[in-house]
Design a protein. Structure first.
Ligand code: FMN
Length: 198
């Protein structure tokens, strides 16, 4: 039997959502659980050839088995017009077999995002990621207000999930509050996954 793990699945074009993913993974490991970090391929308007199954660099692409066998999931996408990126939506549109088998039933899940501007639609993006997760029967988790960074942050961080404000030219690094919330979200997800496993 393979070791239980939390899957951190993200799409990132410019690297900000990827940074959040890796910080959440740090939190998962700090809470004593194994983690798999996975991404999804870019989409092109004109498709001439399929993307390789393993990218040339960076985190590897998520397979349906990676998703089906996780104990918990952290799901991240950049904010795209207040919505999740098409790349991530496309990935979920290929998960019908897992929906039919109930592979994700009762597994905890949280969401995260990065946007260019402060009021550019982070919350709507986080909410846009939830419907497929509800359909898969997952247990939706946010962040608790007991963490002071959630009230003190001057940039990203929402009760719906962690976030980062990258700036319109990707000039902002992850703030200390955003980082603390990523770690906390990873820890919280791992703790709940362990409790559900009994
Ligand atoms: C097509 C497109 C749409 C975007 N829409 C928004 C938006 O609605 N609000 C916003 O604040 N930023 C928007 N952005 C900016 C990205 O959300 C921002 O650069 C984000 O940090 C990118 O994440 P990444 O570095 O993980 O790719 C958009 C970017 C693109 C390319």
């Amino acid at each position: 039997m393979t070791e239980a793990y939390v899957l951190v699945l993200y799409y990132s074009k410019y690297g900000a959502t990827k940074q959040l993913a890796h910080l959440i993974a740090d939190g998962v490991e700090a809470a004593g659980m194994s983690v798999k970090i996975r991404t999804v391929p870019n989409l092109a308007t004109v498709v001439t050839e399929a993307a390789p199954s393993i990218p040339d660099e960076g985190d590897i692409y998520c397979t349906l088995d990676d998703l089906a066998n996780c104990s918990a999931l952290a799901l991240g996408s950049p904010t795209r017009f207040g919505n999740m990126a098409a790349e991530m939506k496309y990935f979920w549109d290929q998960t019908t077999s897992l929906w039919l088998s109930g592979a994700l039933h009762n597994k905890p899940v949280c969401v995260f995002t990065s946007s260019g501007s402060m009021h550019g639609g982070q919350e709507s993006t986080l909410l846009s990621m939830l419907p497929p997760l509800f359909h898969h029967g997952m247990l939706i988790m946010g962040l608790s207000n007991v963490h002071p960074a959630l009230s003190n942050t001057k940039s990203g961080g929402t009760p719906y999930g962690v976030s980062h404000v990258s700036g319109t030219r990707h000039e902002n690094s992850i703030s200390s509050d955003e980082k603390a919330l990523c770690i906390e979200q990873g820890k919280r997800l791992a703790r709940v996954a362990k409790q559900l496993q009994g």
